[in-house]
Write a protein that binds this ligand. Structure first.
Ligand code: DQA
Length: 146
């Protein structure tokens, strides 16, 4: 079984640390990547963490996950979570399990964040735990929960 886990981050997540710190905290995406690298090593997994502000790039990377046979994808699609039928279709189009991740808990925020197209197709969701949402998702993959 592959040890590779692809971690995909969508729009505005490159600004973590600066962006609405009262909601998302002060940790940067690079710091989250470093924390996940350490945890992945302990779990005998390998991670490839990426960020893009472009919806189609996330679709392409989901297809790549399938082509490369990675074990799972962790996906924080940012605001595309609440709008993107293209991402819903992409997750349904691949056999690779996808775990939905959010720093905040969108269900406790504005109404327009209550619909998750990612959640309609994802195997599991971790949200509302800040950077720990990513760690918990990685641990779920290592534990064979997806
Ligand atoms: C987010 C939640 C989304 O509603 C928001 O658009 C984001 C970040 C999170 O990680 O909490 O960009 O995905």
């Amino acid at each position: 079984m592959s040890k590779s886990v692809l971690i995909l981050n969508g729009p505005n997540l490159n600004l973590l640390g600066l962006r609405e710190p009262e909601i998302y905290g002060s940790v940067t995406l690079d710091e989250i990547a470093g924390m996940l690298e350490d945890r992945a090593r302990e779990l005998d997994l390998e991670i490839d963490m990426r960020q893009t502000n472009h919806e189609g790039m996330l679709v392409d990377w989901l297809h790549e996950a399938q082509a490369k046979g990675v074990r799972a994808v962790l996906l924080n699609a940012g605001a595309y979570t609440h709008t993107s039928i293209a991402l819903l279709d992409a997750i349904r189009a691949i056999r690779t399990p996808v775990v939905e991740v959010h720093l905040s808990d969108p269900k406790t925020r504005e109404n327009f964040r209550h619909t998750s197209y990612i959640g309609m197709a994802a195997a599991l969701t971790f949200e509302g735990h800040g950077a720990d949402s990513y760690r918990m998702a990685l641990e779920a993959v290592a534990a064979g929960q997806v």
